[in-house]
Structure formats: structure tokens, C-alpha cells
Design a protein around this ligand. Structure first.
Ligand SMILES: [Ca+2]
Ligand SMILES: [Ca+2]
Ligand SMILES: [Ca+2]
Length: 218
């Protein structure tokens, strides 16, 4: 069955997704990089991430020239240029499509968090930009959180892996009455956006953008 699902995944995997998985797996294999020992270690970084997301919000507002609360492809092109990401002109559309989670043809703020974080991961800016180096650290902290969940370092998080991560986290706390699975269930539905049975780093980012409060309006 595992084989069947990985085959199905292969059929729909985009070039950007392949690179994203490779980037996460490489970090897993990096001997100088430690997987956070606990969810608490991950949660300690939340304020940093939240602060970084505020900066992303400012950039979003700046490039949403017509104030539609979404960014279109043209606005995104000038945004990438302004931020000096090393994304060839011909690939902007692929990044855009990859991050347009609901396929609306526009990038809303949560999707913008995804596209900026993916850009940092795959095509970091070639020189300083309007976003502080803190944001890069925030992205790496989210990778850490992903690595904590992705127990086997496959570059995807399975439902069992999430359940185990939650179980470890709740170990010292009172057990939820319906068991860990009752807590994971609704969260899983939020995270596995395309309902293909695994959570990719992109889906993780998208869920994260919501939890850390990126969706709050000013
Ligand atoms: Ca969209
Ligand atoms: Ca995994
Ligand atoms: Ca998925």
C-alpha cells in the first residue's frame, strides 16, 4: 500500500515540491543540525516567527498595490525583484502556482507567507532586502518544527508521525479525554490541505501561518 501511495504522489509532484522535499531532507541529514528535542523547544521560537510574520505583512501590504488584499502575478513579479530572490523570471509563475493553495489565481496573505518562506528556502535573496535576516531564521525555525514532526526524515509528515509528535508533547501533561488521536484528527484535516494522506512542508507552512496568528487583520 505504501508503494501505491508513493506512486500516486510521484504523479502529482511539481518541480518546486521536489526541491522543497530535497531541501528539508538535506537539513535532516546535516550532522551539524539537530532536530529539536521537544515541542517546547519549537514553541520557544513562536514569538520570533510571529514578529517575522509582521514584517511579511508589511511587505504584502506594500505590494498589494490595488489594495485587493491579494497579490496577482504581476505584483508578485515586482515583489520578487524588489526582495532580490534568486528566482529566474521564468519560474515566478511556478512559485506563484505552487503557493496559490486554493487555486484562486491570487495570493492572499497566508499564501504569501508560503511563497516567501519557500523562496527563502529554495532561492535565498542574493543581497539584503526589505526583510530582516530574522525572517530567514524564522523560516529555519519552521523547518525545525517540521523536522520534529517528520520522524523518519522522509520530507513528508504522515498522520502517525503527527500523532507521535503530539503524544510526546502531551506526555507530561494530562492526557486529553478522547486520547491524543481526538486532538490530532481536526488538526490533521487542517494540515493535509490536498487530502493526499501526507503533509508536505508547504502545507505545514500554510497551517503554521494560521496558528502563529498571521491571519490576524491589523
Ligand atoms: Ca489564492
Ligand atoms: Ca515522514
Ligand atoms: Ca497533503
Amino acid at each position: 500500500m505504501g508503494q501505491k501511495s508513493s506512486k500516486r504522489r510521484e504523479e502529482v509532484v511539481s518541480e518546486i515540491e521536489k526541491r522543497m522535499v530535497a531541501a528539508v531532507v538535506a537539513r535532516h541529514k546535516d550532522p551539524n543540525r539537530k532536530v529539536p528535542p521537544s515541542f517546547d523547544a519549537v514553541a520557544l521560537k513562536f514569538p520570533v516567527i510571529n514578529k517575522a510574520f509582521c514584517e511579511v505583512r508589511e511587505v504584502f501590504n506594500k505590494f498589494d498595490v490595488d489594495k485587493s488584499k491579494t497579490i496577482d502575478l504581476e505584483e508578485m513579479k515586482s515583489c520578487f525583484k524588489d526582495l532580490h530572490f534568486q528566482i529566474p523570471e521564468g519560474e515566478v509563475q511556478a512559485y506563484f502556482k505552487e503557493s496559490d493553495m486554493d487555486g484562486s489565481g491570487k495570493i492572499d496573505f497566508r499564501e504569501f507567507v508560503v511563497i516567501i518562506a519557500l523562496s527563502y528556502l529554495l532561492a535565498p535573496p542574493r543581497r539584503d532586502n526589505a526583510l530582516s535576516p530574522q525572517l530567514q531564521k524564522a523560516v529555519e525555525s519552521i523547518v525545525d518544527a517540521f523536522m520534529f514532526c517528520d520522524k523518519d526524515g522522509s520530507g513528508y509528515v504522515s498522520k502517525d508521525e503527527i500523532t507521535n509528535s503530539f503524544a510526546e508533547t502531551c506526555g507530561n501533561l494530562r492526557r486529553p479525554s478522547g486520547g491524543v488521536r481526538s486532538v490530532v484528527g481536526p488538526r490533521w484535516l487542517e494540515m493535509d490541505w490536498d487530502a493526499n494522506g501526507t503533509v508536505s512542508f508547504k502545507e505545514f507552512l500554510f497551517a503554521f501561518a494560521d496558528w502563529v496568528g498571521a491571519d490576524e487583520e491589523d
